[in-house]
Design a protein around this ligand. Sequence first.
Ligand SMILES: [Zn+2]
Length: 65
Amino acid sequence: METKCCYICEKKALSKNEIGLTKKLLNKDSMRFYCLNCLADYLEIDTEFLLAKIEEFKEQGCTLF
Ligand SMILES: [Zn+2]
């Protein structure tokens, strides 16, 4: 898989979870990806909530994670 970097802070090599979360929460076809911290800022929620979401999506068997 090609590596993606964060649209905001340019953190390199985003994890599969970070990419999956961007797709899931923003736009499935998004060309802009956010690291966990920037995504939390952008959505005005805290990172713990995002981490909980990742686990939730995994449990649902979401293939993005
Ligand atoms: Zn970032």
